[in-house]
Write a protein that binds this ligand. Structure first.
Ligand SMILES: [Zn+2]
Length: 93
């Protein structure tokens, strides 16, 4: 039994007729308020409809690079658990 991932092309899930080839494109993503670009990022691009699907493995590696704390265990003090305010609910002045 061979996995389909071993093939060089994938059938396009969007147009059902094209084939997706692994290419390198420039990925643009938001990191907080900053728009960053990642050149030569691997992505599967359909040769018929142009649909792009970023390589999932590369995306996982990128998320680790962009979030240095992702691989470290979260250490929280349980002392002030009664003040459990979400960090993203800072009041606007
Ligand atoms: Zn397609």
């Amino acid at each position: 039994m061979r996995l389909t991932e071993n093939l060089e092309t994938h059938a396009c899930q969007k147009c059902q007729g094209g084939r997706k080839h692994l290419q390198t494109i420039t990925l643009m993503t938001w990191l907080g308020d900053d728009l960053i670009t990642v050149p030569d990022f691997p992505a599967w691009v359909c040769d018929l409809c142009g649909h792009r699907l970023y390589d999932s493995h590369a995306l996982a590696q990128l998320s680790l690079l962009l979030n240095p704390e992702a691989g470290t265990p979260i250490q929280r003090t349980l002392n002030d658990s009664h003040k459990n305010l979400p960090a993203n609910l800072s009041p606007l002045a």
